[in-house]
Structures are given as C-alpha cells and as structure tokens.
Design a protein. Structure first.
Length: 497
C-alpha cells in the first residue's frame, strides 16, 4: 500500500507539472502576444476555434471516453493493441472526410462562424491544429492508465514548448498575424504525434478488430450528439457576444477564458490521478464503491479548488501583469469564470458515473438542457451587461444544468460524498470569489483589497489543515517527491489500490 500511495502521489506531481507549464506558459507569453495582436485578433481566433472544436469532437466520435473506459477490460497485449489501433483507424478516417470538407468550404464556413470569408485560411489551420492535438489524447490515456507519468509529461511538455516557440517565431519575427498561433500549434502537434505513432508501432504491432471497435462505438455513439451540442453549449456565449456585442468583446472573453483556464488545466491534471483509481474501484468493488469513492475524492476536491481560489482572488493582478491595457477589463470576468471552472469538478465525476453504467445517451439529453438554459440566460444577460453578462450566464447556466446532471448521475451510480467537507470547501471558495468581485470593482482602497483577499486565502489554507489534506506528513512526502528523494512516510489521504 505504501509503495502504491507513493507512486500515485509521485505520478500526481508529474501530472501537475505539465499542467503548470500548459497553463502558465501561454499566460507568460501573453505580454508579448497582446502587444502584437489586438483584441479583435483574439476574437477572430476564438470564433475559428468554435468550428475547430466542433469538428474535432465529431472526428473523435466520443471514442476518447470509451477508450479510457474499456482500457481496463482488455488486459492482454494483443487486445490492448486492437483497442488502440482500431480506435485510431476510425478517427483517422473521420479526419480525412472532414479535412476535405473544410478545405473545400473554408471560405463559406468562415463567413458563417466568423463573419468574413477572408478568415478561411485561419479557420482551416485552427481546425488542423485542434484535431491533431486531440489525436495525442489516446496515447496520453494509455500512459495515464498504465501509470507511466514520465512519458505522459514528456510528450505533453514537448508539444507545448515547441508550439509556443514556433508561435512566437511566426507571430513576432515573421509578422504573420494571428494565423501564426495556429501554425505553431499545428506543426508542434504533427511532430509529437508522429513520434508517438512510430514509438507505439515498435512495441505494439498493429492489429485491427472490428468487434473491439464495435464495442467502443456502442458506448461512444450516444456521446456524439452530446459532443456536437456540447460545443454549441460551451462556445455559445462567444457566438452570441459576436452577434449582440462586438468582436472585441469576444476577444476580452477569450483572454479571460485563457487565464481562467489555468484552473481547468490543473483540475484535469488532478483528474488524471484519480480517474484510473475511480474506475478500478468501480470494477473491483461495486457494492461498496460509492462510499470508498466519496472518501477518496474529498482531498481531490480541495486540491482542484485550490487553484480556482488563487486565480479568482488575484485575477486583477494576473491581468495587469500578463496583458496590455486594452485587456484590463477581463479581470472580473476571470473571477467569475474561475467559479464556473470550480463547479466543473462535479461534471467530470458525473461523466465517469454515466460512462461506467453505459448511460452515455443521457449525456446528450443533458446537453440539450444545457443549450436551452444557456440561450435563455445568455441573450438577456449579454444584451444588458455585455462581456460580464456572458460570464455570469456561463456560471449560472452551468449551475442549473450541473445540478440536474448531478442528481441523474447519482441515481445511476450513487457516490456517498462527504457532504459537510465538500460544502465547506465550496462555501469558502464562492464567498471569497464574490468578495473579490466587490473589492476589485473600486469600492475599496487597493491595500485593503489585498489584505481582505489574503485573509480569504488564509481561511482556505486553514480549512485544508482542518480537513487533514494539509499536514506536515503530506508536505514532507510532496517535498521528497519533488526533490526526487526516497520517502519513508505515507500521504495521509486514503488512496485505494
């Protein structure tokens, strides 16, 4: 048990490291990009991304979720190879079809999604970059589920670093404009994906099995409408902003999302630690799994919200440091979106519950609800409050649909959450975030504003101590892992083998 705990937390550290780089490197480069590119440039790029994410979701056909779920069913090397390559063959064929479609109709698609045919080339390259990035996820899932954190971090960081360097080269030195961001990411993804395919072919011979693919498609097919509608749901406010507000408003919202997304990236890294363990518990001890999972997840709730708390509290300072004056208006938007990302923790768990029970069709039905609620809230909020209205609509809509999804997921697979502890975590987080919105709105002197926010942060740390997530024993173990020392202590968090 000790070695298993140590390995999982060590892997967790490795998963968090690339999330730090992935989350902060784009932010660190913002001072450069935001002084070369305009708010409108970011608005155009964000709108092109709507199409790219939509087509990427269709190409992958929900198979990332089914691949991760079925991974533990196929334990021998031959079956594991069949699952991986059968899945990749299917998505590659889908990519070829969408590639031809996008190339032929890129100007028309640019008029529909962006408002002008002159952005057809940008839309095409953003599409390529997004799809190639998505293909890498299958290999990363393999590394994650085999607890091979070192390869996970290697291929994740390499793509990020290469992408940023190439993007800086194109945008800053070659003066290509906003399309340079897409070129940099696209070429980086192609390089890393090529290395991954060649590496896996050397150790895992290619096998295609229609039966294995068919089993995966039974799970993924009901997810496809959800993917299509999910893109509409998550990108809806950007599109409405473009219609009702301005392209610059889309740019402000996009930059706020980029900064706030640091929290989501960190949360995803934490999820990479607990996802395989949750599935293992579900498959190995279903009768008692609900209680075990509830106790197991509480520390991860605290860790996930920790970054959301930081970004929300100090959004004003982050925006001032990492962007130019024309982007300062996005500071309160960042705080609101941080709350939105915090509540997405439950969305990640809801997905696991429904996928395990093979109730993926329900997720599509929930997405219909999400779109309906989103439209009902977004249009009046954006008309009245502009970019701030888009942020509040995003948060409020997710709370409504998230609550419904939570009830349904609990019905099919009940997790016995530690309600008091989880409620305490979110209460401190939300009260602190709302206080931040008030004090950075100009109602308090800046020094008092800083003091109040530091007090909120101290309260959250104290809560971690009370919940025994933050202990001297845990901190010592994390320090030993970070400095590559052999640890003789165990993390004081129950982790199930």
């Amino acid at each position: 048990m000790k070695n298993s705990k140590h390995k999982q937390i060590k892997n967790g550290f490795f998963y968090i490291l690339p999330s730090i780089v992935n989350g902060f490197l784009p932010i660190i480069t913002l001072p450069v990009f935001t002084r070369v590119l305009t708010v409108n440039d970011y608005g155009v790029y964000a709108l092109a991304g709507i199409y790219a994410i939509l087509l990427s979701g269709i190409v992958n056909f929900g198979l990332t979720a089914s691949y991760e779920r079925n991974f533990f069913q196929y334990k021998d090397k031959r079956k594991s190879s069949e699952l991986l390559y059968s899945t990749l063959t299917f998505v590659m064929l889908g990519f070829l079809v969408t590639l031809v479609f996008t190339l032929l109709f890129k100007d028309f698609l640019a008029r529909v999604f962006i408002g002008s045919a002159e952005y057809g080339g940008l839309l095409f390259w953003v599409f390529l970059a997004t799809v190639f990035m998505s293909f890498k996820q299958y290999f990363l899932i393999y590394f994650k589920n085999t607890e091979n954190a070192k390869d996970f971090i290697f291929y994740t960081l390499d793509e990020t670093l290469i992408g940023v360097v190439l993007s800086l080269f194109f945008v800053v030195f070659l003066k290509t404009g906003i399309i340079g961001l897409a070129w940099g990411q696209c070429f980086a993804s192609i390089v890393i994906l090529s290395f991954l395919i060649l590496r896996f072919l050397k150790v895992m011979p290619f096998y295609f099995n229609w039966g294995v693919l068919k089993d995966s498609l039974k799970i993924s097919f009901p997810l496809t409408p959800r993917i299509f509608l999910g893109v509409i749901s998550t990108q809806l406010n950007k599109y409405i902003l473009n219609l009702l507000n301005t392209l610059g408003g889309v740019g402000i919202f996009s930059i706020a999302q980029k900064i706030g997304n640091v929290t989501f990236v960190f949360m995803t890294a934490v999820q990479n630690v607990f996802n395989p363990q949750v599935y293992k518990i579900m498959f190995s001890s279903e009768s008692s799994a609900g209680k075990e999972i509830g106790e197991y997840l509480t520390p991860f709730v605290y860790l996930s919200i920790f970054t959301c708390m930081l970004v929300s509290l100090f959004s004003h300072e982050a925006v001032r440091v990492f962007t130019g004056p024309s982007f300062y208006a996005c500071a309160p938007v960042v705080s609101i979106l941080s709350m939105y990302y915090g509540f997405l923790f439950f969305g990640k768990i809801n997905g696991i519950q429904l996928i395990f029970k093979k109730k993926t069709f329900i997720t599509s039905m929930l997405t219909f609800l999400d779109i309906g609620v989103g439209i009902a809230i977004s249009i009046p909020f954006i008309r009245k409050f502009g970019v701030m209205g888009a942020a509040w609509a995003t948060l409020l809509g997710s709370l409504v649909t998230g609550y419904v999804a939570f009830l349904i997921s609990q019905h099919y697979f009940h997790i016995q959450w530690e309600v008091k502890k989880v409620a305490a975590i979110f209460s401190v987080f939300c009260i602190s975030s709302l206080l931040t919105l008030f004090v950075i709105g100009g109602y308090f002197p800046y020094l008092l504003s800083i003091i109040l926010r530091l007090v909120c942060f101290a309260v959250y740390i104290y809560l971690g101590v009370r919940l025994r997530v933050i202990t001297s024993q845990n901190l010592k173990l994390l320090w030993n892992i970070a400095t590559f020392k052999k640890s003789s202590v165990e993390l004081n968090i129950e982790i199930i083998d």
